[in-house]
Write a protein that binds this ligand. Structure first.
Ligand SMILES: [Mn+2]
Length: 330
């Protein structure tokens, strides 16, 4: 079985080697992988003596990523832009994902490192490293680090491990193609002395009891649809904590016979839709999300829609799911 990580394009490696300064940016409304791949990339660049600016539009909503906000700027200063830094875009499948911080940087040279399934390349030929099979962007940053010949440090390993752990639900979402190579890399991360046990606790503890009760109420109201293959859940507008979703998905996906989850989050002026699918299901929620202008992966994806009530959205999403499940011969 060959590697799931193809070699990086020499042009991309040369672009990093030859730049004196860099801007690292991931998607707005960041998750752990977006932020930790940014932080790891900065460590690699700093080890090479390159001055690096970290940008992220935010908002830093989840309890586990809130403390990272201080490490990221919202925009690049004029002086820094004038030095023609290389822009390194991480964990973004489309050009609009980084949001406003990228707008004044559009004329600069860029590379894109990403693992999403839907999207169009938005860097010059040879300047992307896009591997949908990779379970996290931090794994791709590790491949790039290796190609650059930069030795792994404990700080890098800590960031790389955290992005990998969150995007795989602490190894849960790794399939048989990904696991051997990725766990070998993860083992190298832990050899620097980081504790998976402590990282898990740090990233999960500290929640408010009210948030846990809110998650329980969303779960309690979930509806079984399409003969029990899909569960439809609704998060009302007054429940704002973004960290609720993982507990909701985690619990609902354990239901016998379920292949997919739809979580409709009422954001007042829009509906944020989250999808999850079981690995064994033929449902591709990344495809459904992409059809709605969103994106993601086969088993986890999301989109934001407007102009629908939650009830109407539920009906439409269920019919999209039904079509997918029927098409696949179910
Ligand atoms: Mn990711």
């Amino acid at each position: 079985m060959g590697s799931i990580f193809p070699p990086c394009e020499p042009r991309l490696i040369e672009a990093i080697e030859s730049t004196a300064a860099a801007i690292v940016i991931a998607h707005r409304n960041p998750d752990g992988d977006a932020l930790y791949s940014s932080l790891a990339m900065k460590e690699v660049l700093s080890a090479m003596g390159k001055e690096t600016l970290l940008l992220n539009e935010g908002p830093f909503l989840r309890d586990d990523i809130k403390p990272l906000e201080a490490l990221f700027a919202k925009e690049a200063g004029k002086d820094f832009i004038e030095r023609s830094p290389l822009v390194i875009i991480l964990d973004c499948s489309t050009e609009d994902r980084p949001g406003t911080p990228l707008v004044p940087l559009k004329e600069l040279r860029r590379i894109v490192i990403d693992h999403h399934s839907a999207g169009v390349p938005f860097a010059d030929e040879g300047m992307s490293y896009i591997v949908p099979e990779s379970p996290s962007t931090t794994m791709l940053v590790d491949v790039v680090r290796e190609a650059l010949g930069v030795p792994l440090t404990k700080t890098m390993a800590d960031y790389l491990y955290r992005g990998f752990a969150t995007d795989t639900g602490f190894y849960h979402f790794l399939n048989e193609r990904q696991a051997p190579e990725c766990l070998r890399r993860a083992a190298a991360f832990t050899e620097t002395g980081i504790s998976p046990y402590d990282v898990f606790d740090e990233m999960h503890d500290g929640r408010k009891l009210d948030d846990i009760k809110n998650a329980a109420s969303i779960i309690a109201a979930a509806r079984s649809e399409l003969g029990g293959k899909v569960l439809l859940a609704y998060q009302p507008a007054e429940m704002t904590n973004a960290g609720l979703s993982d507990s909701v998905y985690g619990s609902l996906l354990q239901t016998s016979g379920v292949e997919g989850i739809i979580l409709i989050k009422d954001k007042g002026d829009a509906l944020e839709i989250g999808f999850r699918a079981k690995n064994k299901s033929l449902l591709d929620v990344g495809k459904i999300a992409a059809a709605l202008g969103g994106g993601g992966h086969r088993c986890a994806a999301g989109a934001t829609i407007t102009g629908y009530t939650a009830e109407e959205a539920g009906k439409m999403l269920l019919s999209m799911m039904a079509k997918e499940l029927n098409c696949t011969g179910e």
